[in-house]
Design a protein around this ligand. Structure first.
Ligand SMILES: C[S@@+](CC[C@H](N)C(=O)[O-])C[C@H]1O[C@@H](n2cnc3c(N)ncnc32)[C@H](O)[C@@H]1O
Length: 302
């Protein structure tokens, strides 16, 4: 399963560059779906993996992984993505079912099939922003499955370093109504200025009663864990060199920025949720997940 190492080259689709990471997460979700103690089910995930030449040979069931849970990539890392999927499913559903927000924006949506998987309340619209090649591939696969979304779904093919705010407005986003935002597995690929602008824009486009969840890496030195089993096995087994794809600039304090703009924020390690759910990754030595944080933010009503 050794492949070509992918670089952050700006390649458009799922076959290279950052886009291929969407396939890695899809494979993890496929494996999670078929676990006996599954945290999240995504029946579309394995179809994405099978459809793309880059990933057609990757496992979509734990039984296809010879060393099973001992495999750092398809065991611990895949479980991490399964847990992340579950926690962010819960965040989105909680936000729309307990609040009045009916607009959901998935930033760097990749092969996220939540518009098709989750039970959305009536009147919900899901905006999915990712680059054109990724969304084209997604639509080919979903069309082939005759998949039907469970909410209005509006794909927006655009690079988040371009004028995505204009594209979102053109697509019908209402800046006078509350919204729910998600940046899952995205921010560490963006240049610092793009992350800062993105958070600033989300704040500007969000009325009171809006919510945002995102994932960051706090590592001062990303390379500190360069020899961790997660990174080395991802490179060796599927040719994705994550450290090469991550942006290398010092990361902004986006949770702190939101707090200074009046949002209430809570910052969690993934391990907090492992303990809550009774399954998922736990801390280990030389851990690429050590700096990962999941941030939940709400813009309070006055
Ligand atoms: C690791 S995947 C995560 C996808 C999805 N959020 C999930 O968790 O399944 C990262 C996604 O971010 C997208 N992405 C990265 N940089 C981007 C950019 N500058 N503009 C738009 N999308 C971007 C990639 O195309 C890819 O689909």
């Amino acid at each position: 399963m050794v492949g070509t190492t992918h670089h952050n080259t700006g390649v458009e689709g799922v076959e290279g560059g950052i886009g291929v990471t969407a396939l890695m997460v899809a494979a993890a979700r496929a494996i999670e779906t078929h676990r006996h103690d599954t945290l999240a089910r995504d029946v579309y995930a394995e179809h994405f993996v099978r459809a793309a030449p880059a990933s057609a040979g990757w496992p979509v069931r734990m039984q296809q992984v010879p060393d099973g849970d001992a495999n750092p990539l398809w065991g611990r890392f895949a479980r991490y993505f399964g847990l992340r999927t579950r926690v962010l499913d819960d965040f989105l559903l909680r936000s729309v079912h307990t609040g009045s927000a009916r607009q959901v924006v998935l930033l760097g949506a990749g092969l996220d099939a939540r518009a098709f998987r989750l039970d959305w309340p009536p009147g919900c619209v899901i905006f999915e922003i990712d680059r054109e090649g990724v969304l084209e591939f997604k639509h080919e696969v979903l069309d082939g499955l005759s998949a039907t979304p469970k909410a209005a779904r509006v794909p927006i093919p655009i690079d988040l370093r371009a004028d995505w705010v204009g594209a979102l407005a053109d697509a019908g986003f209402d800046t006078t109504a509350p919204s729910v935002w998600l940046a899952e597995g995205l921010l560490f690929y963006l240049p610092t200025v793009a992350e800062t602008n993105l958070i600033d824009m989300v704040d500007r486009l969000s009325t009171e009663g809006s919510a945002l969840a995102f994932e960051v890496k706090l590592d001062k030195d990303l390379l500190e864990y360069r020899d961790s089993p997660l990174y080395t096995s991802t490179t060796q087994q599927i040719g994705i060199d994550l450290l090469n794809l991550f942006d290398k600039e010092p990361r902004p304090d986006s949770a702190g920025d939101l707090a200074s703009k009046g949002w209430s924020t809570s910052v969690h390690t993934p391990f907090d949720f492992t303990r809550q759910h009774g399954r998922g990754p736990l801390p280990e030595q030389n851990d690429a997940l050590a700096g990962n944080r999941w941030v939940f933010a709400n813009k309070p009503r006055p």
